[in-house]
Design a protein around this ligand. Sequence first.
Ligand code: F6R
Length: 633
Amino acid sequence: MEQAISYERIPTSIYADSDAASKAIAHEIAAIIRQKAHEDKPAVLGLATGSSPKKVYSELIRMHREEGLSFQNVVTYNLDEYYPMEADAVQSYVRFMREQLFDHVDIPAGNWHLPDGTLPLDKIGEFCKDYETQIERYGGLDFQLLGIGRNGHIGFNEPGSLINSRTRLMTLDLTTQIDAAGDFGGLAKVSKKAITMGVQKIMEAKRVVLCAWGEHKAMNVARAVEGQVSSDVPASYLQLHENASFIIDTSAASQLTRMRTPWMVDSVNWDRPMIKKAVIHLALTVNKPVLKLTNSDYNENGLSDLLALYGQAYDINIEVFNFLQHSITGWPGGKPNADDSNRPERAYPAKKKVILFSPHPDDDIISMGGTFQRLHDQGHDVHVVYQTSGNIAVADDEALRFAEFVVDFNEKFEANNPKANRIYKEAAKFLKAKKDSEIDTEEVRYIKGLIRRGEAKNTCRYVGIKKENIHFLDMPFYETGTIQKNPIGKEDVEIVMNVIDEIQPHQIYAAGDLADPHGTHKVCLDAIMEAVQKLKHREYMNSCWVWLYKGAWQEWDIDQIEMVVPMSPDQVLKKRYGIFKHQSQKDGVPFQGTDAREFWQRAEDRNSNTAKLYNQLGLAEYEAMEAFVRWKF
Ligand code: F6R
């Protein structure tokens, strides 16, 4: 057999999901702890915070509880802490580490260390030196766990950091600040600085494991693993480490050559999905429409195997072109009285019952507003189901404005309502004195949720959806008041099951978005998938099709798309005004993500980009398109 070619310069293990990968990492850490205990030595661990290592820590806690893994001999040094930062603040990494690990295991107090965010500025230099000296006294780190920032940082060593950089106070990149905005309740409130372990100490660790999950990490994972070593992507320094590995999930791996163009790496099984992927990739690479690809295009771009299978480019081209053509429909609910053998949806029943699940109160209109409108206009019975309240994304002054409105309204119309007045007064008092680290009171959270409810109802009115068809689930996993959500619970799944069971839909639309930095979309999708699996034996589910759209962050790859719904310029405008109904989410929302564009701009760019790609591949030219993938449960 031919030897596979590798473009990877750091050993990289790809796991189906972050659960399995996190367990593998935790087991490696546990083995070091046990080995060191056996030698009667301390196990010196470098630890990270953020969303990536959480499941590693929960597995370590499980091993402590169920398998007697002891942390008595463990000494830890964390990578970083925001500056300035009180240790008990919600955003503090000290608090994070206590909540995620230290308070649940038997690590002796005094054995865990984090940079101190409370020091006066002139003491930081000395502190950093001492932090490194302490690590050196232990003979260096036995194991260093890392995440990777969207800009390729490790620790808070932002792009530009040198390989010999020391532990120091660092100014955070705008990307890092934007990513932290959700935790801090707005970009303006994010710490602009952090104390971070330097790259040098990380490189001196005996073993380094970097973990990454989700599509939003894919680009920088690929740059770090396959690109040149460069200070532009500090994680790429790990190419120079003798014992570093990346342990990632399939989404984070999606931009590696072996995933993007597997035929360049090894021989592949040329099934239909692989053929589509290769031909679309080829057409976009040589910048030609599919039907104009020639035998030499295939031969010169690593696809001679595929060509040999068919004999002629012409035959492959036609097959892939037809596939693309058949994915386009202006009838997302199926076209009645038409031959549907080559259409993405069934013609019958002509009037379908449809559930559109929206994780936050605006994903319906942002991600599939054009399709939403068409489904309604084409006479389907569309139910919109809002999964979470979306309350953390509402700014404090918005909450105040609405509470004040109620009080003013009551006063004007002499509707004496002491309770409303009291709630307003308390909310106003709380918000005025609110510290950045504080969680909103229940009333304030509820007011924020109501604001988003009102906006969602307004959008539905605008589309033409009747009141009875609007459902709010307020799924409990979301209601923590902070960016950190609870894991999905039985109750969450039950609520979703109930609504499906009540409506008995022919079509379900759900956000298949795994790149959501909060993870909320992912949990909402998991709940739907679990609910559908549990209900699939009901008779009505035999005729239920599930379509996945993507949220505001990414779009499906063209080769994956099974249905695209075109939009005219007027329909694009109509959708834009529908998105505008979400006033609390306009003009600098607390949680913006990495992208400075407003939601409507992102949606329009994404939809017009899909249309452009279809056109580039030789299909008709549309203004914009919304894309879907079918989940066959
Ligand atoms: C955390 C740290 C950072 C994070 C990185 C990824 O201690 O130093 O480098 O690992 O920003 O963060 P998440 O895992 O939240 O995506």
